[in-house]
Ligand binder design. Structure first.
Ligand code: COI
Length: 354
């Protein structure tokens, strides 16, 4: 791929690594590339990070035709920079693009351009423990047009943000509210795509949950409002009688890469693992019988996030006595150890940048 590089004239001051939040600081440069029907993807360029100038009729702004990804670059103890399963992110982005009628990326070329951007921005990869450089690849429709159809032209960009923990709780149990007033996605829709509208659709329920002191919303299926789906910013797992259970992928759940990593690791550890339908009543029954041992979420941003309380209507499941369960603890350590190069990479998930 031909890639032009224009460097920023002045570099921003770097933040204090130990005080990083999530998604509020951006690096000096970004990657941009355009798509047109006659040229395909073209004009790949690394440029100073800057606002986008958009025609007010830009189709994405009106009809939401867009998709994004989230992955991270990690700094190892020896100072090397590495990625975790990046091709899986680009492959998932292509599946989102298919559902949203957008052109696919060449995944190898997308990875190569990301590495180039990261080499230029390597000083932005933070050093403090459990910090990383969050990577946000995004594609959106750019035709200036108000009719409803798929756009002909698109922009792909990648921005970078040094981050700490996603939740203010860090690796401490979060409280989650199960909503019965709203649904996030339905079978046959775009629930499995990482597309902005899915996140917009989650906001109202999220605000209601916050008002009641809950960190996130757990979504039930959009048809029977009975089966557990996902949390919106992460997939969800239950440990019931020693078995690791997560909702099966139905088309309305995001196929999380950390979800897949959890399934792979727990299987390797010889734990019984199952992807299946699990209803909210199953969870309450398991809790009542004493079989429910742990609940935790998984996601790129959140990694592993223990859940201490689940509320559904006036019923409450409290798990783990405010402590992190052993499976969540072991997974958190195992995943982070691989990502930060502290332990062996058992499945070839790590891609070095430099
Ligand atoms: C991620 O885990 O990377 C996500 O995209 C979740 C959220 C920050 C939108």
């Amino acid at each position: 791929m031909d890639l032009s590089i224009t460097k920023a004239e002045r570099l921003k001051p770097k933040p204090d690594d130990t005080q990083l939040g999530f998604g509020n600081i951006f690096t000096d440069h970004m990657f941009n590339m355009d798509y047109s029907p006659d040229k395909g993807w073209h004009d790949a360029r690394i440029e100073p990070y800057a606002p986008l100038s958009l025609d007010p009729s830009t189709m994405f702004l009106h009809y939401g035709q867009g998709a994004f990804e989230g992955l991270k670059a990690y700094r190892t103890d020896s100072g090397k920079i590495q990625l975790f399963r990046p091709l899986d992110n680009f492959r998932r982005m292509n599946r989102s693009c298919r559902l949203l009628c957008m052109p696919k990326l060449d995944v190898e070329a997308a990875l190569e351009s990301l590495k180039q951007l990261l080499r230029l921005e390597k000083d932005w990869v933070p050093r403090a423990s459990e910090t990383s450089l969050y990577i946000r690849p995004t594609i959106f429709a750019t035709d200036p047009f108000l009719g409803v159809r798929a756009s002909h032209n698109y922009r792909y960009f990648v921005i970078l943000s040094p981050v700490g923990a996603y939740y203010p709780e860090g690796f401490n149990p979060v409280k989650i509210m199960v909503t019965k007033d709203h649904v996030r996605a339905v079978r046959g829709g775009v629930g499995e795509a990482k597309t902005p509208g899915n996140y917009a659709a989650s906001l109202l329920a999220g605000e209601k949950a916050h008002e009641d002191g809950y960190t996130q919303v757990l979504w039930l299926d959009g048809i029977e409002q009975k089966y557990i789906e996902e949390v919106g910013s992460m997939n969800i797992f239950f440990v019931i009688n020693g078995e690791v259970v997560t909702p099966e992928l139905t088309g309305s759940i995001l196929p999380g890469i950390t979800r897949d990593t959890v399934l792979a690791l727990t299987t390797t550890w010889g734990m019984p693992v199952s992807e299946r339908k699990i209803s909210i009543n199953d969870v309450f029954d398991a809790h009542q019988s004493g079989a429910l041992q742990e609940i935790f979420g998984s996601g790129t941003a959140a990694v592993i996030s223990p859940v201490g309380e689940l509320r559904y209507d006036d019923r409450v499941v409290a798990v783990g006595d405010g402590k992190v369960g052993p499976v969540a603890q072991k997974l958190f350590k195992a995943i982070m150890d691989i990502q930060y190069g502290r332990s062996e990479d058992p499945k070839g998930w790590i891609v070095p940048v430099d």
